[in-house]
Design a binder for this molecule. Structure first.
Ligand SMILES: [Fe+2]
Length: 195
């Protein structure tokens, strides 16, 4: 379940429908989908895509997406730190970044034109999009794990355009809550992957 923070207003929203309503004027979708019972812990990428085919098809129609895949990130992922470094600096894309998380957790910071910076902590069951052209960055939580369905209008669209004067360093990517605790003997609760 997501947590929305607006750090500059010291505000936090945890109710799913309130999060959805707050984000809608910014062109950001938030939905909560079932995970328990839909897929097993060891589901393959293909099984995940098959399990969520109705939702994927609905989003494809809504946003003009043509392909979907599953990305798997874990502490064992080769060159993980270099990959996270790319995610964690303020950037934009030429198409929407759509992510449905089935495992793991992280924090999207979204920086809309004329709006406050929004910190959206996501975990299993959370669907979110970052609209095309909107500045954002992403950090994993302490478990350094995320498994997501991604949708693309054009797979080449994921190319990141970095904001030269990014403000990502001004915002702490804090992860909180029972689903976001770091693994036992892992880093402290606020020790997430930083830029
Ligand atoms: Fe991005």
């Amino acid at each position: 379940m997501a947590i929305l923070r607006i750090p500059d207003q010291q505000r936090e929203i945890t109710d799913a429908s309130e999060i959805c309503n707050f984000l809608a004027p910014f062109g950001i979708w938030y939905e909560s989908w079932d995970v328990a019972g839909r897929i097993g812990d060891d589901a393959s990428n293909e099984e995940i895509l098959a399990a969520y085919e109705p939702e994927i098809n609905r989003l494809k129609e809504r946003g003009g997406f043509v392909t979907a895949d599953v990305i798997n990130v874990s502490p064992e992922t080769p060159n993980l730190d270099a990959m996270l470094e790319k995610f964690s600096k303020e950037h934009t894309h030429s198409e929407d970044e759509v992510r449905f998380t089935v495992k793991g957790s992280g924090v999207f910071h979204i920086h809309p034109d004329g709006g406050p910076v929004l910190g959206i902590q996501i975990g299993a069951g959370d669907l979110i999009n970052v609209p095309a052209g909107v500045q954002h960055w992403f950090n994993l939580c302490g478990d350094r794990t995320i498994r997501c369905i991604r949708l693309f209008q054009d797979p080449a669209g994921w190319v990141a355009h970095y904001v030269g004067d990014g403000i990502h360093g001004n915002y702490e990517p804090v992860c909180l809550g029972p689903n976001f605790l770091p693994p036992k003997d892992g880093p402290d609760i606020d020790s997430v992957i930083k830029p």
